[in-house]
Design a protein around this ligand. Structure first.
Ligand code: ACO
Length: 368
C-alpha cells in the first residue's frame, strides 16, 4: 500500500516538470526562474492553455478575453455576494466558483480564471460593509484585481511583484489540488467542477493553507521576545508535535526553487524589507532544528515561507493568501482538467479492504 501515492505516475503532462532531487521546476518548457524574471500572467496562461482549447491563445487575446469574462462574472455573481459574506475568503471563493455553471457559453477555463479575482475582491469588500468595485476590462488581470480590492490603482512595482508570484505558482506537477482537479475532470464533470475540487484541496494547511500561518508564526515569535525567542519558540512547537509552516515538501529533497524566486522579488520591494531580515533568521534556525531532528530526511524551505512575506509586502491581508494562490494556480488546474478530459480516461485507483468479511468469503487477490 502507498497511502500518499508517492511516486505513482497517474498522468502524462506537458504542463510542468518537478525534479525533487535537483530542485528544478519547469513550467510549459521554461524554468521557473526564467518565467518569473519576464513572464506576465497572460503569457503563462497562453503557454499552459495552448493546444488544449480553441479559445483565445495569444497573450493579448487572453488578456482581453479575461477582461470581458471579469465583467460577465461580476454581473452574474456580485448580486449574490452578500450571502457569502459570513464565510472566510477561501470558503467564499469555493462557494462563489460553485455558483458558476459547467455549461456556460464562455470557455470554462477563462470563466474560472476571471471569476477568482472578482470573487476574492467583492467578498473582501462586502464582508467589510463596503461596495464591490466593478472590474475594468481594459486593465490587466492582475492590476484589476488589486484595484477591485482597494478601490484605487496599485503601484506598478506592486502589480509586478504579485504577477511574478502568480506566474511562479501557476503550475507544479501532480500536487494535491491539481490531482483533485484531474480526478473530477476524468469523470467528465466539467472544468468548473474541477476547479471547485481543487480549491477544496488547496485550502488545507498541508498544501495551500500554509502561508497565513507562516506570518502568524513570525508575528508570534517577534511578540514573544524577538531574535532571542526564535529557537525556544520553534523547539516548543516541534516538541508539541506541530509542523513548522513553510518547511518540508513531499517532492523536493532540496530547497524549493520557488522560495528563492520569491525572496528575490521581496528584496526588490521597499515594503518587503520590513520582515525580511527577521524571516531569514527564523528560517535559518528552523532549518538547523529540522536538520538536527531529521538528519536523514532533508527538510528545507518551501514556497509558502516567502509567499507569506511577498504577499504581505504587496499589501494583502493574510486571510487572502490562499485565495491569491488559487488565482495563480487556476491556470494550471484548468489546463490539467482540459488535458485529463482529452484522455477520456476515468481515474479510479484501488483500495485494500481490511474490514471483516462474511463467513466463507475471501478478499480478492487484486484489490479494487
Ligand atoms: N515541520 C516539522 N516536521 C516536519 C515538517 C515540518 N514542516 N515537515 C515534515 N516533517 C516531519 C514529518 O512529521 C515526518 O516526521 P515523522 O517521520 O516523525 O512522522 C518527517 O518530517 C518526514 O516527513 P515527510 O514524509 O517529508 O513529509 P510529507 O511528504 O508527508 O509532507 C508536507 C510534506 C505536508 C509539505 C510537510 O512537510 C508539512 O506538513 N509541512 C508544513 C506545511 C507546509 O509548509 N505546507 C506547504 C507545502 S508547499 C505546497 O503545498 C504549496
Amino acid at each position: 500500500m502507498n497511502a500518499g501515492l508517492e511516486g505513482v505516475v497517474a498522468a502524462e503532462t506537458r504542463l510542468s516538470m518537478v525534479d525533487g532531487e535537483a530542485a528544478r521546476l519547469v513550467i510549459a518548457g521554461e524554468t521557473v526562474e526564467t518565467l518569473a524574471a519576464r513572464a506576465r500572467f497572460a503569457e503563462i496562461a497562453s503557454r499552459l492553455w495552448r493546444g488544449l482549447t480553441p479559445a483565445a491563445q495569444e497573450p493579448a487575446d487572453i488578456e482581453a478575453a479575461l477582461g470581458e469574462a471579469r465583467i460577465h462574472v461580476a454581473a452574474e455573481l456580485l448580486p449574490q455576494m452578500r450571502a457569502l459574506a459570513p464565510l472566510s475568503p477561501i470558503e467564499a471563493l469555493r462557494a462563489g466558483i460553485a455558483l458558476l455553471p459547467d455549461d456556460a457559453p464562455m470557455p470554462p477555463h477563462l470563466l474560472a480564471s476571471a471569476a477568482i479575482p472578482v470573487i476574492i475582491a467583492a467578498h473582501w469588500r462586502t464582508s467589510r460593509g463596503r461596495k464591490p468595485v466593478l472590474p475594468r476590462p481594459g486593465a490587466t488581470h492582475v492590476a484589476d484585481f488589486l484595484r477591485m480590492l482597494d478601490g484605487r490603482d496599485a503601484e506598478p512595482e506592486i502589480v509586478r511583484a504579485l504577477e511574478t508570484y502568480l506566474v511562479t505558482v501557476s503550475d507544479h506537477g501532480m500536487n494535491a489540488s491539481t490531482f483533485a482537479a484531474r480526478v473530477v475532470a476524468s469523470t467528465a464533470a466539467g472544468v468548473i467542477s474541477s476547479v471547485v475540487a481543487a480549491i477544496c484541496a488547496l485550502k488545507g494547511p498541508l498544501h495551500g493553507g500554509a502561508p497565513g500561518p507562516v506570518l502568524d508564526m513570525l508575528d508570534e515569535i517577534a511578540a514573544s521576545g524577538g531574535a532571542d525567542a526564535i529557537r525556544p519558540w520553534l523547539e516548543a512547537r516541534m516538541a508539541g508535535g506541530e509542523r513548522l509552516m513553510g518547511f518540508g515538501h513531499r517532492i523536493y529533497r532540496r530547497r524549493d526553487p520557488r522560495a528563492d524566486v520569491l525572496k528575490t522579488v521581496v528584496r526588490g520591494l521597499g515594503t518587503g524589507h520590513r520582515r525580511l531580515a527577521f524571516a531569514a533568521e527564523v528560517e535559518a534556525t528552523a532549518l538547523a532544528i529540522l536538520g538536527e531532528r531529521y538528519p536523514d530526511r532533508r527538510l528545507d524551505t518551501n514556497v509558502e515561507f516567502y509567499t507569506a512575506i511577498l504577499l504581505d509586502a504587496v499589501g494583502l491581508d493574510r486571510a487572502l493568501f490562499t485565495p491569491a494562490f488559487a488565482m495563480g494556480r487556476v491556470l494550471g488546474w484548468t489546463a490539467h482538467a482540459l488535458e485529463q478530459a482529452a484522455t477520456g480516461r476515468l481515474i479510479r485507483p484501488a483500495s485494500h479492504y481490511v474490514g471483516s468479511l462474511p463467513d466463507g468469503m475471501e478478499a480478492p487477490l487484486v484489490p479494487a
